[in-house]
Each structure stands twice: as structure tokens, then as C-alpha cells.
Design a protein around this ligand. Structure first.
Ligand code: 5GP
Length: 247
């Protein structure tokens, strides 16, 4: 993890804005910039199961840094600015939409349990789903007209969420393939800039994507924690090491 460059910054952290399941978000002395601190925490079932896992914050921060840097260098605008320490980064402050955009290349997780689908079958076309971001309601599925009626996003914004997610999917699928990893599915979040433009936000790590080793079929993501099938950081380490070889 030594290859990551930590940028010296004059920005100071001020008030805690929000504590998420695996990170804390602070305001800074710059009103347009937020400070993200990655926690050594893993959760499942929308926060109902919680555990401290040493080193996880550092791994997620490093992987997210690499993936956002890769997307930035490949023309996908996003909120990531730079990393300032092993567990901390600065991002552009956005007005986050209360929508999770899930993209599925292969059947897994809730797609399998909801439809009794054959696990790991290739999905053609690729499946895109929206969920309403609410822990109290267990992130319910939400459709376009529900989103419009509730004023969570405009029709144009929904088109952008779908298009942006497709672009991210293509770029990350190709990137992971190069290091022998299959991108099964993932969740993205987006926000509005001050000028009303839609920008990719949140983190990009094995906490919000399913990754499988192409050769062995081994899971390299948070499913290991969800299914109590071993030390989750082993897979995260593997993902980081392989990405560091090519980014
Ligand atoms: P599923 O709907 O099968 O549980 O999840 C589909 C994909 O989206 C998985 O890669 C999963 O990690 C991600 N995902 C779905 N909901 C959430 C969420 O609330 N938090 C996080 N971190 N990831 C999610």
C-alpha cells in the first residue's frame, strides 16, 4: 500500500456531518469540500450486523482511490479529489440523491433470492435497478415513476444515472478482467453539484461490488463477511495488490 501518494493539504476537518456504516463524513473549512474517513468496520443486513475489522478502512480507502483515479483518467467525472492519509480522502461536496443504482452482469445476491434465478448466470441484457436509500426501510426497490412522484430525481437525471452506470460498468469490467477478476454486480451513488450536474459519488470498493476470481471462483468481496466464510480482508488485499499492478 506504500505506492499511494498522500497529498499534503491545507484543508482542515471541522464538524462531523454524518456517520455511515463504514465511514465518517466531515465538513471542512472549504464549503465545497468534504473529508471522508474510512472506518475499520463491516456491516451486513443494512447495518443490523456490525463488526470491527482491523485494516479494512485502509484497504477500502486504497482500493477506492485506485478505482476513482482510474475512472477520472478514463473520462468519468466523479467526486473524488485526493487521498490525504491511509484512511482519509477529500471529495467534492454534493447533494446526494437518495437512490442506489445497482448494475448486475451476473445473477447473484438478491437477484437470485428474489427470482430463484440460477446463480452466476450471465445476464443479457445487463440488469439495472434503483433502490431507495433508507436503512429504516431496508433500502426498498423503487421504480422510475415512484422516484419522479416523490421528487427524488428528474427523468433526465434517471437517464444520466443509467448511462453513467453503464459507462462505469464497461470500464470497471474491462479493468478487473485484466487482473483476472469478474465484476458480478455493484452499487453506485450519485449527487448533484452546486450547478445541478450529476456526479458519481460514494466509494468504490469490495464493500459495494461483488468480485470473483476468474480462475478459482473465489469471492473477493463483502460476501465473505455476509456469509461468515472467512477473513474478509484477504480478498480485499488480493484486489488491491492486483489493481496496484496495473493502475
Ligand atoms: P444485492 O441487491 O444483490 O444485495 O446487491 C447487489 C450489489 O449492490 C452488491 O454488489 C452489493 O454489494 C451492492 N449493494 C446493494 N445495496 C447495498 C448497500 O446498501 N450498501 C452497499 N455497500 N452495497 C450495496
Amino acid at each position: 500500500m506504500d505506492s499511494i501518494e498522500y497529498k499534503k493539504s491545507s484543508i482542515s476537518r471541522t464538524t462531523l456531518e454524518y456517520t455511515g456504516k463504514a465511514k465518517k463524513v466531515y465538513a471542512t473549512d472549504n464549503p465545497d469540500i468534504l473529508w471522508i474517513h474510512y472506518l475499520d468496520q463491516a456491516t451486513a443486513l443494512n447495518g443490523k450486523v456490525k463488526e470491527t475489522i482491523r485494516g479494512k478502512g485502509e484497504l477500502n480507502s486504497a482500493i477506492s482511490h485506485l478505482l476513482f483515479t482510474y475512472l477520472t483518467n478514463n473520462g468519468v467525472a466523479n467526486h473524488y479529489l485526493y487521498t490525504i492519509s491511509k484512511t482519509d480522502e477529500l471529495v467534492t461536496k454534493l447533494n446526494i440523491l437518495p437512490i442506489e443504482v445497482v448494475t448486475r452482469n451476473y445473477a447473484s445476491g438478491h437477484f437470485v433470492s428474489k427470482f430463484d434465478a440460477v446463480a452466476m448466470q450471465k445476464l443479457d441484457p445487463i440488469v439495472q435497478e434503483f433502490y431507495y436509500k433508507s436503512d429504516e426501510l431496508d433500502d426498498p426497490f423503487i421504480n422510475d415513476s415512484q422516484i419522479l412522484a416523490l421528487g427524488f430525481a428528474t427523468a433526465d437525471e434517471l437517464t444520466q444515472l443509467r448511462q453513467e452506470s453503464q459507462v462505469v460498468n464497461k470500464k470497471l469490467t474491462r479493468l478487473f478482467e485484466k487482473v483476472g477478476i469478474k465484476l458480478i454486480d455493484f452499487k453506485l451513488e450519485f449527487g448533484r453539484t452546486k450547478d445541478g450536474n450529476i456526479l458519481l459519488a460514494d466509494e468504490l470498493s469490495p464493500d459495494n461490488m461483488r468480485l470473483v476470481d476468474i480462475e478459482t471462483g473465489k469471492s473477493l468481496d463483502k460476501d465473505v463477511f455476509r456469509q461468515h466464510s472467512g477473513d474478509v480482508t484477504v480478498g480485499y488485499h488480493e484486489v488491491l495488490t492486483r489493481l496496484q499492478e496495473i493502475i
